[in-house]
Design a protein. Structure first.
Length: 181
């Protein structure tokens, strides 16, 4: 085994999906370089799949949680469950009416609100919170770029809840609320 520092090994492990996509992209371009009626389109198709894989993996990498916040998040069969030290709960993705990102005491917190008004607060850095990316991707009409951009927003102050600009609605189910859309 090649000796690597722990930090380098961890960085490679976290970026393994990006690396695999880049290898697939390079392999596709290498196959396409041989040309011909069969290898050129096949190689370009493999390269396109590799590029799509890299793009998706980079988004997922930016969404990755560090596990610094309390609690554990579990996503199973379209249901998000949060086990926290003092609170927790479960929300079915089909029951979700609104997804919001709050900044509380300088930390990002997901607020998953059901149609009946109940809300589940999940720290964005809780263990297993990176699985929320796939759960959010299943929501109809969601812009995953907006999800990642909201997480990369400016860090809040140490106030209990920051101003309304940091309290963003990321996604809302159509036809919910007082006025149907």
């Amino acid at each position: 085994m090649i000796p690597l520092r722990d930090g380098a090994r961890e960085a490679l492990w976290q970026g393994r999906e990006v690396i695999a996509g880049a290898v697939m992209l390079a392999l596709g371009l290498w196959i396409a370089s041989y040309g011909g009626l069969i290898l050129l389109p096949f190689g370009l198709a493999v390269a396109a799949l590799g590029a799509a894989w890299v793009w998706t993996a980079l988004r997922r990498l930016r969404f990755q949680a560090t596990g610094d916040a309390p609690g554990v998040v579990e996503v199973d069969e379209g249901r998000v469950t949060y086990f926290g030290p003092t609170m927790g709960g479960s929300v079915g993705m089909s029951d979700l009416a609104e997804l919001r990102l709050l900044r509380m005491r300088g930390r990002a917190v997901w607020r998953l609100k059901q149609g009946d008004g109940q809300a589940l607060l999940i720290p964005a850095q809780a263990t297993g919170a990176d699985a929320l990316f796939d759960a959010f991707a299943s929501l109809p009409g969601i812009d995953l770029g907006a999800v990642v951009a909201a997480l990369e927003g400016p860090a809040g102050t140490n106030a209990l809840v920051t101003d309304i600009g940091e309290n963003r609605v990321i996604w809302r189910r159509r036809g919910q609320g007082v006025v149907r859309q």
